[in-house]
Design a protein around this ligand. Structure first.
Ligand SMILES: Cc1ncc(COP(=O)(O)O)c(C=O)c1O
Length: 373
C-alpha cells in the first residue's frame, strides 16, 4: 500500500462554520466585554450544565488549571492516590499543590485505576483519590466511593476524556466530590483551550469561582490566594457554537468506532475496549492493545509502519507518568508496583478518530493493521 498523500493525525478539531462564528464576535465587539464572567460565559455555563445533566459547573481557561484549582478548593494535602496511566497533567496538578502522588496500578480490562489495589496504598497522610476515566470509560465509581467513605478520603475525578459520558442515564460527572473536564482542541467538545469543574453545591461553585478569579469576593475583598484561570468570551462563543453540533459529532464518532470494531474484531493479537453496559459513550478515543506474540509484531513496529504511510496514531499513554523524570524516583513508581500499567503502556495505540475522518481512510488504516504482521 502506498503512502497516503495527506497525513492522517490521531485527531483533528471539527471547526464550526465560520459564518456562524461571526455573529458571536459581533456581539462581543458590541458589548466590549471580553472576559471576567461575561454574558457568553454565563450562557455557556447554563447550557453546559443542562446538556451534561449536572447541577453546578465552573468554566476554566484549561483543564490543568481546573485540576489544580479543584485540589485547592478541597484543601487537599499530604498524599493522593492516582493512576500512572494518564496524561501527565493529572499528576502535575498534585505537584503544583505540593501534594505527593502515590501511584496505584490499573485494572487490565479498561485500564482505569484498580480499586482492589487502592487500600494497600492508603497511609495516615492520604487525603484523596484522584482517578481518571481513561478514554472516557467510567472508573468503578461505586467501589472507589466505598473505599473513600471507609477512609474519610475525597475523590476528585480527572474526567478530561469523559464529556457527555453517562452511566445508567446519569452523568459520570456527578460522581466523586469534584470532576474536572478538559475542553482542549483535541477533545470531543472544545473551547480551543478550556476546562471545567463540576461540583454538587452552590457554595462550592462560589468557592471555585472565587479561586479562579484571584480569590476576589466582590470588588475589594480577597479571601484566599486564588489564581487567574478564567475562560474568555471568544472561547465561550466557540463553545456555544460547538454545543449546537455536539450530538452530531458524537454520532459520527460512534460510527467510526463501530467501523473500527467490525474491521478489527478478527485480527489475532489485537484487542479493543468494548462499549460498557449501561454506559452512554462519547467515543473520545479508539485505543487498541497489541499483543506482540499473537499479532506477530510489536506495538512500536505497527506504530512505525502506520507512520511510514503517513498515518499518525499515538501511544497514549506511553511512557507512564511514573516514568517521567519528576516522578520516577518515587517508591510507588517502581515497576513491580505497576505491572498492568507497564504492559498497557507497551501495548496501547490510539487510532485516528475525528468527525471528518472518512470511511475509506478507516478501511486503509485497518488494512495496514491486518496485513502488517
Ligand atoms: C487525562 C487528562 N487530564 C488533564 C488534561 C489537561 O487538560 P488541558 O490540556 O485542558 O490542560 C488532559 C488533556 O489535555 C488529559 O488528557
Amino acid at each position: 500500500m502506498d503512502k497516503l498523500n495527506k497525513p492522517i493525525t490521531v485527531t483533528q478539531p471539527c471547526l464550526p462554520p465560520l459564518e456562524e462564528f461571526i455573529p458571536y464576535l459581533k456581539q462581543i465587539w458590541d458589548n466590549k466585554w471580553l472576559t471576567n464572567n461575561g454574558i457568553l460565559h454565563q450562557q455557556l455555563e447554563k447550557e453546559l450544565a443542562e446538556y451534561l445533566g449536572v447541577k453546578y459547573i465552573s468554566l476554566f481557561s484549561n483543564g490543568t488549571l481546573a485540576l489544580i484549582t479543584a485540589l485547592q478548593a478541597l484543601n487537599i494535602q499530604g498524599e493522593v492516590i492516582t493512576t500512572p496511566f494518564s496524561f501527565v497533567a493529572t499528576t502535575h496538578s498534585l505537584w503544583w499543590n505540593n501534594v505527593n502522588p502515590v501511584f496505584v496500578d490499573i485494572e487490565p480490562e479498561y485500564l482505569n485505576l484498580d480499586p482492589a489495589k487502592i487500600e494497600a496504598a492508603i497511609t495516615d497522610k492520604t487525603s484523596a483519590i484522584m482517578p481518571v476515566h481513561v478514554y472516557g470509560n467510567p472508573c468503578n465509581i461505586d467501589e472507589i466511593q466505598n473505599i473513600a467513605d471507609r477512609h474519610g478520603l475525597k475523590v476528585i475525578y480527572d474526567a478530561a476524556h469523559a464529556f457527555g459520558v453517562k452511566i445508567n442515564g446519569n452523568s459520570i460527572l456527578n460522581y466523586g466530590d469534584l470532576s474536572v473536564l478538559s475542553f482542549h482542541a483535541t477533545k470531543v467538545y472544545s473551547t480551543i483551550e478550556g476546562g471545567a469543574i463540576i461540583c454538587h453545591t452552590e457554595a462550592m461553585k462560589h468557592h471555585i469561582d472565587n479561586l479562579k478569579n484571584f480569590g476576589f469576593r466582590g470588588e475589594t475583598v480577597v479571601e484566599e490566594p486564588g489564581i487567574n484561570a478564567k475562560l474568555n468570551e471568544v472561547q465561550a462563543a466557540y463553545g456555544l457554537l460547538q454545543l449546537k453540533y455536539i450530538d452530531e459529532f458524537i454520532a459520527r464518532r460512534k460510527e467510526i468506532t463501530q467501523l473500527y470494531q467490525s474491521l478489527l474484531k478478527d485480527v489475532a493479537g489485537i484487542r479493543f475496549l468494548p462499549d460498557m453496559e449501561n454506559v452512554t459513550h462519547s467515543y473520545s478515543y479508539f485505543p487498541i492493545l497489541i499483543d506482540e506474540k499473537n499479532y506477530g509484531i510489536s506495538r512500536d513496529a505497527l506504530y512505525n509502519k502506520l507512520k511510514e504511510k503517513n498515518i499518525f496514531a499515538r501511544r497514549y499513554f506511553y511512557p507512564l507518568i511514573s516514568n517521567f523524570e519528576p516522578y520516577n524516583k518515587l517508591e510507588s513508581s517502581k515497576i513491580e508496583n505497576l505491572l498492568v500499567a507497564t504492559k498497557a503502556a507497551e501495548e496501547v495505540l490510539c487510532l485516528p478518530i475525528y468527525v471528518e475522518l472518512i470511511n475509506d481512510d478507516i478501511q486503509t488504516i485497518c488494512s495496514i493493521i491486518k496485513y502488517s504482521a
